[in-house]
Design a protein. Structure first.
Length: 246
């Protein structure tokens, strides 16, 4: 079978809860007939996301891995390659440690860097190595308000997300001319997912109807980015709820 005839694969790293952006992205790509490969650190949660996609008639495979561990991601990349031809890779892992700057521990700062920057580099490199020989494909990277603005209590998160954005620009300039579309998405608001529902229910309530970003609506924008014609590529897209101040 030639590479062109192989099944198309979407690899999403940073998948956890079924009610989260990573899961919504995997569902959206699977709905278009791509095989979804989902990666996160918790096998049980990945299994639930893959099972939900399969139950809806799609194809999905769960490959547990830690984006900040090069050996782990290399092993997952090899499994992903066995599924077919990588079309789109999404780096969605992220953690937002909160603390006033003087109370932030070195460990928190290092962990934010490890997941977002080291993880963003390790994952993107593995994806780019698969995409480059094909001279086409998409690498999408999830950012946040903090990608553009340093503000307490997010010193560690903002520093890490800004560096991840910088990586996305470097990759876009380096690999765009080789046919690879690299785009960074600034999620400028809270996501209506498990993280906020569990950790900040009062914020969810205060946001009101459509005051938080719907994971499915974000996933639609990622799909459209992937679909863009190469004569008109977006490098950075910002998404926010209609009533979010900015
Ligand atoms: N939630 C928000 O309000 C919000 C706002 C703006 C931007 N964002 C960004 O949006 C993205 C998704 O956020 P989300 O809250 O909706 O979460 P999500 O997509 O449901 O899940 C992301 C998952 O990434 C996994 N992950 C974390 N560290 C990892 C690592 N080292 N290796 C592999 N997987 C890892 C976690 O699952 P495990 O712990 O099971 O590995 C986590 O559940 C993040 O990049 C975040 O910064 C979120």
């Amino acid at each position: 079978m030639s590479n062109q005839e192989k099944p198309k694969v979407a690899w999403v790293a940073g998948v956890g809860a079924r009610a989260g952006l990573g899961a919504a992205l995997a569902r959206r790509f699977a709905r278009e007939g791509l095989i979804a490969a989902v990666t996160g650190r918790t096998a049980e949660r990945l299994g639930a996301v893959a099972a939900e996609i399969s139950a809806a008639g799609g194809k999905a495979f769960a490959f547990a891995g830690d984006v900040s561990d090069e050996t782990s991601i290399r092993a997952v990349a090899a499994r992903v390659a066995e599924l077919g031809r990588l079309e789109v890779a999404v780096f969605n892992a992220g953690n937002a440690a909160r603390a006033p700057s003087l109370e932030l521990s070195v460990q928190q700062l290092e962990e934010a860097w490890r997941v977002n920057v080291l993880g963003g580099f390790v994952f993107s490199r593995a994806a780019l190595q698969a995409l480059l020989p094909q001279q086409q494909g998409t690498l999408l990277i999830t950012g946040a308000t903090a990608s553009l603005r340093g503000k307490p209590p997010f010193a560690a998160f903002a520093a890490a997300k800004a560096a991840l954005r910088s990586l996305s620009q470097t990759f876009a300039r380096e690999f765009g001319p080789k046919g690879i579309h690299v785009a960074h998405v600034v999620i400028d608001g809270g996501i209506d997912g498990e993280r906020l529902r569990n950790n900040a229910p009062e914020r969810v309530k205060a946001a009101g109807e459509d005051g938080l970003l719907s994971p499915d609506a974000i996933a639609e924008a990622y799909w459209q980015l992937h679909r863009q014609h190469r004569s008109a590529w977006t490098q950075e897209l910002d998404l926010r709820p209609f009533k979010e101040p900015f």
